[in-house]
Write a protein that binds this ligand. Sequence first.
Ligand code: DON
Length: 566
Amino acid sequence: MKGFALKQVSMCLVGLMLINSCSQPNHKGLGPTGEHGMVVTAHPDASRIGLTILQHGGNAMDAAVAVEFALAVCYPAAGNIAGGGFWVLRTSGERVYTLDYREKAPMAATKDMYLGPDGEVVQGLSTQTILASGVPGTVDGMVRAHEKFGSLPWRDVVQPAVDMARKGFPLTKAQAADLNSIRKILLERNSWNPVFVRDSAWKEGDLLIQPDLANTLERIRDSKRDGFYSGQTADYIIGQMQESGGLITYKDLQDYQSVWREPITGYYRDYRFYSMAPPSSGGVALKQLLGIISKTDIKSLGYNSVKTIHYMVEAEKRVYADRAEYLGDPSFVNVPVAQLTNAKYLSKRAADIKPNVATPSDSVRAGTAAMRENLETTHYSIADRWGNAVAATTTLNGGFGCRIVVKGGGFFLNNEMDDFSSKPGSPNIYGLIGNEANAIAPGKRMLSCMTPTLVTKNDKMFMVVGSPGGSTIITSVFQTILNVIDHGMTMQEAVSAKRFHHQWLPDLIQYEPEAIDSLTVTRLTAMGHHLKKIGKIGRVDAILFWPDGKMEGGADPRGDDTARGF
Ligand code: DON
């Protein structure tokens, strides 16, 4: 990797001389563009830090590690050091790698740990208590990614997050409102006052200073993995487990390992895509969706027309039904990836879609579920001038995880265990159901929907894309790809475009206001579809590579997301 790094640094000096001032985001037509690099994240300060790393000679992977830690500071609702995620990355040598730093169930976890004596799921146990926390993967993932691909010293990519935690960063309006809204819960769930709580209400522009987190990040900066999984930070985590009745042990922490996996890859028209393999369902589901929809000429049916929505939704029902049945951690269950994504199988799945009538979900497969909201994950997309690109999605699961802050450590614990199927057929917070394949077992990874994805055309980078949104992640990525490839949108238009979503159960097309006009709603209803308007779906941050090599950032206007290019 050394030669690789040196070449990049020297090329960068040339690049630096060419730096333009960053173009400003414009959520209508075009996103900001850059010739040398692009960073799109959920928070302006994380995007700024990523851009600075690129401008100082770092590659996309350096910038991604810096962004991951920056988000843990400036976007505590989802950015994390005690959560997990997935990276899909492509190097300038045109090889694609995927990194799984998903959390694992602690060794003391049991299949029925969220069931009461009556055998029913105890509400809130897998989301709102310390029992919800899986063994964190983020720090191990970042160390591994940096060891393999980083070109700048580890210290240099962690330091910006340390500084921001120590000096503070200004809260956005939405963040101030979020922190005010969870104040009571934070006080109930923590035996002390974490920095996220103060006497008066937070307002936009207030500085959030996090000294405990700064100290933790310094330990990670100085001792890498050991700065988190052992020593002082581990003591704090285990102390919190003891105080709040959690399951994670020193051994769980020490044993945690992220994993390099083969990507899920396939073609959609002339484009090749690469996405995340199990334990995320994202790549398999995306490949199934694109495979099924490729039988339909979406382009000539038109953007969000009755027929387009019908065919997309029918594909979604079938794919989410398969997800519930077959997908789980491949170290524990045999996931039939090849069978589920093979062209013949997908043609068969497409063949029973009727052109004018909705297939009721219970004739696709039986069950019931309900969808809930207030969720947080975060995706960032980064590309550099050498052809490296990173699509990364990371999460605590719910907003601020289980809302327990590790005392002394200054960071939120995840509530990722809810992504397991607590009981066959019983919905999780996303209304997703599962069965044996995704049952809880010690050391197992819970099934994810995260879908960080790269798309290439003629072996050249074409798109970096991904989204938060629980069960809606897969369909948000799916729509964004079709918006560009079939509907000819710019990156910004494709990201801003209103979305809809079907996940088999409940049997509902959930849609953002304005995604579907009233006449289309009437026609879809007449075909047997059920529709429900909901708030926001997904928060896509993406990059499109134009034929002239320019990169266009698309930052989602649904949040504080920001694209910065140079
Ligand atoms: O891994 C998953 O699929 C979920 N834990 C993601 C959670 C999420 O996207 C919440 N976001 N808005």
